[in-house]
Ligand binder design. Structure first.
Ligand code: NAI
Length: 256
């Protein structure tokens, strides 16, 4: 039994909603009464997530959107506002990793791709979400950063640099928009069992799963549900004075 939240009549936008945190967040916000605008680079898969929510009596729209494209993000946020008339909560969740290599073995293309999605993508989403929220005089933004946004990540330097960038965007916007009744926060998960992590463990093989668990203060991986419950709390109306917070959800990893 989880804490119950009430997001009735609130319009919640989620990027990267076809898989992992985004997919479960869409389901949980829908169960709490939210009206959802979902997007993902995988248009077919995000449509299936929206269809499933609608079958269960929820309200959801779905759209293909590559968050690294200015035009596509602008079109997605506009479509959300056109459909629902407002935007209350923006969850900027879409993200990717890159091959695990030493920094000097990574290329410009890795930089462009990883930071294009993880950092520029969050900037673009915030830009258009904030434009609408400033007009409304209210809003909540939750960026999905990472523990890699708080600490160095050997062999994932570009991922870490982009996630540090997300933390910088979050804190700066919190200072700019707090007085406009807009809260901007970030969560910093680590190693929860989403396809992103499961695929990289599969690719690494060997004892990578055991090693990852052994390196965490809680000696386990995170559950997707644990991250999504924190998303609900972070965005809820009762959590009304949290602004500019960067919250680790990592079993204590970033505390070391
Ligand atoms: P996932 O791979 O299960 O889901 C990510 C979703 O983003 C996928 O549906 C994918 O199609 C979509 N996506 C990828 N590129 C996109 C683009 N250019 N435009 C729009 N959508 C795109 O991954 P997961 O784990 O759910 O990741 C969600 C967020 O959480 C990411 O920002 C990731 O960096 C972050 N994160 C995840 C951690 C974990 O333990 N799983 C740890 C720390 C951060």
């Amino acid at each position: 039994m989880h804490t119950s939240y009430d997001f009735s009549n609130q319009v919640v936008l989620i990027t990267g909603a076809a898989s992992g945190f985004g997919e479960l967040a869409a389901q949980r916000f829908a169960q709490a009464g939210a009206k959802l605008a979902l997007s993902d680079i995988n248009a077919e898969a995000v449509q299936a997530v929206a269809d499933k929510i609608k079958t269960k009596g929820g309200e959801a729209t779905a759209m293909g959107c590559d968050v690294s494209s200015n035009e596509q993000v602008k079109a997605f946020v506009s479509a959300c506002v056109e459909h629902y008339g407002r935007l209350d909560i923006g969850i900027n969740n879409a993200g990717i990793s890159h091959p695990k290599k030493r920094l000097h073995q990574l290329d410009e293309a890795h930089w462009d791709q990883t930071n294009g999605v993880n950092q520029k993508g969050v900037f673009l989403c915030m830009k258009y979400e904030l434009t609408q929220m400033v007009e409304q005089g209210a809003g909540v933004i939750l960026n999905v950063a990472s523990a890699a946004g708080l600490m160095g990540s050997p062999f994932l330097s570009l991922y870490a640099s982009g996630k540090h960038g997300v933390v910088g965007l979050t804190k700066s916007a919190a200072l700019e928009y707090g007085k406009m009744n807009i809260r901007v926060n970030a969560i910093c998960p680590a190693f929860a069992k989403t396809p992103l992590v499961e695929n990289s463990l599969k690719a690494a093989g060997g004892k990578s799963r055991e090693n990852l668990m052994a390196g965490n203060p809680m000696k386990r991986l995170g559950e997707v549900e644990e991250i999504v419950q924190a998303m609900l709390w972070a965005c809820s109306k009762d959590n009304s004075f949290m602004n500019g917070a960067v919250v680790p959800l990592d079993g204590g990893l970033a505390a070391s």
